[in-house]
Write a protein that binds this ligand. Structure first.
Ligand SMILES: Nc1ncnc2c1ncn2[C@@H]1O[C@H](COP(=O)(O)OP(=O)(O)OP(=O)(O)O)[C@@H](O)[C@H]1O
Length: 230
């Protein structure tokens, strides 16, 4: 598995009196396959997730993925770490389903024939083959979420970071995505409020006010979180 390391990471947003520390001296080493991240609204989970692939750079401290520094080697880190946003509309960039899946592959320099073969396979794997020529923005929320995930996974990142990817989904689609994430060979970092999705995870981090306040098994972390919010 890849090794993600945060060392003394501090991050703040805003300036002057509005300046607010969102992550406060966070150090953690992640080498497990499936890692869950939970915590109250505004506790810093999204900022933490975004740091993992250089979408946000730390004000202080460092983030490395297999020794590559997100600050200095941003491009290489982003190639390794795929990111799935809460809102698939923020991520779907091309007019049709198959063009969207092809987009990341073309940028990585695959030939037209390779792109076509990989897109066909990926659409089949995700149950999206029949929608290949559909306008991406005409899909349902669940289909869009699947497409966003498909377009990221087709590029074969070694780490997949997902920021509340099931928030827009009905229970059935949320569980479908949850099951899909459990079947992946990649390292997965899942930020979620759907605690049941993490039952079989290797490790769960609980955030509170910009710090990791619990780091353990899913049962221990969920129990800690429930007591924290009680
Ligand atoms: N780009 C930004 N500019 C200013 N403030 C921000 C920005 N992004 C996040 N924040 C603030 O940082 C704090 C932590 O936000 P973050 O999105 O990391 O929390 P979260 O734990 O993911 O919350 P949620 O569960 O609501 O998604 C919040 O108070 C938020 O308003």
């Amino acid at each position: 598995m890849p090794v993600i390391e945060l060392t003394g990471v501090t991050h703040a947003f805003g300036t002057g009196p509005a300046r607010r520390t969102v992550l406060d001296d966070v150090s953690v080493r992640l080498a497990e396959q499936r890692i869950g991240v939970i915590g109250a609204n505004g506790s810093g989970k999204s900022t933490f997730a975004r740091l993992l692939n250089g979408l946000v750079l730390p004000d202080r401290g460092s983030v490395t993925v297999d020794g590559l520094d997100a600050n200095k080697d941003g491009k290489q880190v982003r190639r390794r770490v795929g990111f799935v946003f809460t809102d698939p509309d923020a991520q779907i960039v091309m007019p049709t389903v198959q063009e969207d899946v092809a987009f990341g592959l073309k940028r990585r320099g695959h030939s037209a024939a390779e792109v076509a073969a990989l897109v066909t396979k990926a659409l089949g794997d995700f149950g999206l083959a029949e929608l290949a020529d559909s306008p991406a923005h005409s899909l349902s929320g669940g289909e869009k979420q699947l497409l966003a995930l498909c377009s990221v996974l087709v590029t074969e990142p070694s780490v997949l970071v997902l920021d509340e990817p099931t928030t827009l989904l009905d229970l059935r689609n949320a569980h479908r995505i949850g099951a899909l994430l459990e079947s992946l060979p990649q390292q997965v970092v899942l930020v979620t409020h759907h605690l049941e999705l993490l039952a079989e995870y290797d490790r769960v981090l609980v955030f509170d006010e910009g710090r990791i306040v619990c780091d353990g098994s899913p049962a221990a972390a969920v129990d800690f979180y429930r007591r924290l919010l009680a």
